[in-house]
Unconditional design. Structure first.
Lengths: 441, 224
């Protein structure tokens, strides 16, 4: 499947936003179909139809468990990656609070994690340490180790970042946490526990939970050519969670509600395909990704790569293009038939630039001018050539419109604080700064 | 260019990926965004324009710069050129503003200074609410350019002062901050307070605050 022609407008569409979501694979849909029609029972029901549904559910659970080297009983199906992250963090934090109220995470996590810990900090009396990544977008595992305290009950570090694709040293962190626990006489069923969000990683990295040394792991269907609306939380045996949803007690009481059987079967199929094709896709996409980077840097001056180039998902290209703004680029590219995404403030509902690009220690200007292209199994070299050609045209046009002309190496000239109206801070930060003022009597 | 023009009527609103909310850019916005008018293409010769004005900051994501030629006899705008660093609505709003002041042989300066963000938005066929602040930079850049013109043409009495007045003494919040809060979407006292924590400490400021909020809400979002 190469460029899809849009008949009405005759524009070829190039879809380079696979980190946002992937199309559902045909094989996945085929695997799902019987569960909309033929297998019609509720897995909780005792009759034949119910038993058939229950059997299928069990099989899907087994399949997923096998792929990640876990047991069936350790797999919890839920509604999305976000829900899975929420259940892991809120669920573990609330249950283990008597043992300590400290949480540890990084500043490039998905909002599903960051907003959850923020909630716990603001409303439920937890202390949260958000550790900064290095300039290459990777967390130093020693920094995590150094910040574990006897009060720490949960450590959450994503496996691969959704914006810049950087792969975090999960195995190393898992090992260090184990070391800390041994030193402090903590058994495997005692906190701190280690959670990783592996949604972006699932298509490309090894998901063996034992090798990784994780206690909780989040997966979802919509990034691996599976159905949307299905998430998984791996919960290692011996760890309890406080549920977020109450009802019929499905999923070991951790996620009540009739199971989305078709979705779950589809997810299991998608994960199986993703892991089966992993090695082949990695080598194909790595070549394409590196070619893409090379072409951008060659054709478009004043461009920066965001995030480490080596420890990076094979499908992620993220660059900052100086002097122009991301949403404008995105819309021009869209008109040319290319779907990409940006970390610009203008593209976010809160008018804040990407916290991930800022976490790299880059100035705001880089975040506003950042573009993300995420390749997928349908991506071809021809599409990348077309995209680079259009990106070059769009950049030249927008640079003509722009009054800015920064030079490389002049980053220090960026953003003198006097330009901000109040307190030398941009508007999205001011809100945060104003917050403490309200709490004081 | 031709190729782009043909595609403008493509009826698909741009969606925000995280919220699924439509940007609802009108066709007029799209036209001005993809085919901006009165752009300054070549860097100007010294003295080619009578005035320059620049507002915004690259860190915040919007910078607008305007170059203006004035017909001194008639006090009309003879030419206005611009450059913008910013998103789709910022580019479209500046382009629309430039078209407005150049209509019918150029607007009188005093009339052009009366153009409000609301007027630009009306001509654009509306903007998504969160994007309104992008368009207000056009009139601010113009005001700055005109102040520059008044200064160099020895008409200091016409300069429009641009300074904030302190409303909440405890938190040092000025009317400019309140204006910004309204532009960021706050429509009433509770919402402005939530944004700025204004009036929490200085209860005496509340009546004036309410008055200011009404004024700015009317200014940017219209009556009712």
């Amino acid at each position: 499947m190469s460029m899809v022609k849009n008949k009405k407008n005759n524009i070829a569409r190039v879809y380079l936003d696979n980190a946002a979501t992937t199309p559902t694979a045909k094989e996945v849909l085929k695997a799902m179909t019987p569960y909309f029609f033929d297998v019609l029972g509720n897995p909780s029901a005792l009759h034949f139809d119910g038993r058939r549904a229950k059997g299928a559910l069990g099989l899907a659970r087994q399949q997923v468990a096998k792929i990640i080297n876990a047991e069936s009983a350790e797999i919890i199906f839920c509604g999305s990656g976000t829900e899975s992250d929420n259940l892991a963090i809120l669920g573990a934090a609330r249950l283990y609070k008597p043992k300590g109220a400290h949480l540890l995470t990084t500043n490039i996590e998905h909002h599903a994690v960051l907003h959850s810990v923020e909630r716990l900090e603001n409303k439920e009396g937890f202390k949260v340490s958000i550790l900064g990544v290095e300039e290459n977008g990777i967390i130093n595992s020693k920094k995590i180790f150094a910040n574990i305290s006897p009060e720490t009950i949960l450590i959450s570090v994503m496996y691969a970042n959704n914006e810049i694709g950087t792969i975090q040293p999960i195995k190393k962190i898992g090992g260090l946490i184990k070391k800390w626990k041994q030193k402090n006489n903590r058994g495997p069923t005692e906190p701190p526990f280690f959670h990783t969000d592996a949604c972006q990683a699932a298509g490309y990295l090894d998901l063996d939970v034992k090798k990784l040394g994780v206690d909780l792991m989040t997966l979802n269907g919509s990034k691996i050519y599976g159905p949307k609306g299905v998430g998984v939380l791996y919960v290692r045996r011996g760890i309890s969670l406080e549920p977020l949803i109450f009802g019929g007690g499905q999923e070991r009481g951790l996620r009540s509600g009739t199971e989305n059987l078709a979705g779950i079967v589809g997810f299991a199929k998608a994960l199986e395909l993703a892991q089966k094709n992993r090695k082949k896709e990695i080598s194909r996409l790595t070549i394409l990704r590196d070619y893409f980077f090379k072409q951008i840097l060659k054709n478009i001056p004043k461009t920066f790569i965001n995030g480490d180039l080596k420890n990076r998902l094979p499908n992620n290209v993220n660059v900052s293009i100086l002097d122009i703004e991301g949403e404008a680029m995105l819309l021009y590219l869209d008109e040319a038939g290319v779907s990409a995404s940006t970390g610009s403030a203008c593209d976010s509902s809160r008018l804040e630039p990407s916290h991930v690009i800022l976490a790299l220690g880059r100035p705001y200007e880089y975040a506003h001018g950042s573009l993300r292209f995420t390749l997928g199994k349908q991506t071809t070299k021809k599409e990348i050539d077309y995209t680079v050609k259009e990106l070059k045209r769009v950049t030249e046009k927008l640079r003509k419109i722009s009054p800015l002309n920064f030079k490389l190496g002049e980053e220090k000239l960026f953003c003198p604080s006097r330009i901000f109206v109040q307190g030398g801070r941009p508007h999205w930060e001011r809100k945060k700064i104003n917050k403490p003022a309200a709490v004081k009597p | 260019m031709k190729k782009v023009k043909k595609k403008i009527n493509f009826k698909s609103d741009v969606m925000n990926q995280s919220t699924g909310q439509s940007w609802v850019y009108s066709d007029v916005v799209k036209d001005h965004f993809f085919n901006p008018q009165n752009l300054l293409l070549e860097d100007p010769e010294p003295g080619e324009y009578d005035a320059v004005g620049e507002v915004g900051s690259p860190a915040c994501g919007d910078v607008m710069k305007m170059w203006v030629k004035v017909d001194k006899k008639s006090d009309k705008i003879k030419d206005l050129r611009w450059r913008t660093f910013g998103c789709g609505s910022a580019i479209a709003a500046t382009s629309m503003f430039s078209a407005m002041v150049k209509e019918a042989g150029g607007m009188k300066i005093n009339l052009a200074l009366k153009i409000k963000p609301q007027d630009i938005m009306k001509r654009l066929g509306g903007l998504p609410e969160r994007k309104i602040h992008c368009s207000v930079l056009a009139d601010k850049a113009f005001r700055k350019a005109m102040n520059n013109y008044f200064r160099v043409s020895d008409q200091p009495q016409r300069i429009i002062a641009l300074s904030g007045r302190i409303i909440d003494k405890r938190l040092n919040i000025t009317d400019k901050d309140i204006e910004e809060a309204v532009l960021e979407g706050a429509r009433n006292l509770v919402e402005v307070q939530r944004k700025l924590k204004v009036g929490v400490g200085d209860k005496a400021a509340i009546p004036e605050l309410e008055q200011l909020i009404r004024f700015y809400v009317e200014k940017y979002y219209g009556k009712g």
